[in-house]
Ligand binder design. Sequence first.
Ligand code: KG4
Ligand code: ZN
Length: 351
Amino acid sequence: MEPQDIKWKKSVMTKILGIETSCDETGIAIYDSEAGIVAHQLYSQVKMHGEYGGVVPELASRDHVRKIIPLIDAALIEAKITHQELSAIAYTQGPGLIGALLVGATVGQSLAYAWNLPSIGIHHLEGHLLAPMLEDKQPEYPFLALLVSGGHTLLVDVKALGDYKIIGESIDDAAGEAFDKTAKIMGLDYPGGPLLAKLAEQGQDIGVRFPRPMTDRPGLDFSFSGLKTFAANKIAACDGSVQSKADIARAFQEAVVDTLAIKCKRAVKQTNHKSLVVAGGVSANVSLREKLAELMKQSGGEVFYPRTEYCTDNGAMIAYAGFCHFAQKEHQLPTSYPIKVHPRWPLSEAF
Ligand code: KG4
Ligand code: ZN
């Protein structure tokens, strides 16, 4: 019998290996349909890129090559299984850096071929969006999702798995990008988002008020690029002390959080959804979490977040998204394992 004739039998216990390499984190995890995440390995390249003040794509690809196999070995050991017990391999197929994506896709497809397994290409943002499902308290479909990462700011009407309608997005910088660029202007290390948030904790309200971009007109789109210019002017005019920078960081963060909350409120009203999922790197921001929790409480709904380690890029969300797709339909062993990635890939076109 040819491999393509073998109908893939879904075992009762499904174990999916997840591979994430879209940017500067090599994330490998194993999701077990009964036990949840049984292995979670992560290698962050931030220290290496930090020297350059941002991600250097070629260095990112090379580092993924170095780390990916040892991390897969470590994940199998952590889960106490051999590759024979795996049901499928899920890997991030896009969007992201082409070279970095190619490393994950090549290893994922090659292992799937060598181990006789089906493979599933996952949309990175779908991974983020489903990450709260790994928690005890899970949202039910349909729900509204706010995806806030370094590359994207999206409001998504999620009707069901794979049914994603973008109802709002940033017309320029993403929220995380605005955090990172403003942090850089302040002299903070890369990636500056979490460092700026930490500095903001020390900040006092000194009456500096940043604009809340695009909230003075109807619609759900965002624009964050003006905030970094506003911050740059404030920083240039301040005395340069840590306290002054902290005060500006606080006002900046408040503006981003407020703007996101205003648009979420509108989107809740428009969609009538009672559940709001917040995911992506910026969803780790404590101030944003508090604000959105308060907002949903007021509107009689609930907010759902992933735990902090699943907010930023990781393999667990890819393994879980892979499981969702694997569980939905019978998978056949493919006749070929093409290595194809989508550096630009709208979420609405995710399959
Ligand atoms: O989702 P993610 O890990 O990577 C992308 O897919 O882009 O998000 C990374 C982004 C970075 O811009 C980082 O600065 C931001 O998330 N970030 C934060 C915080 N933690 C991570 N921004 C604000 N506050 C935080 N606590
Ligand atoms: Zn991400």
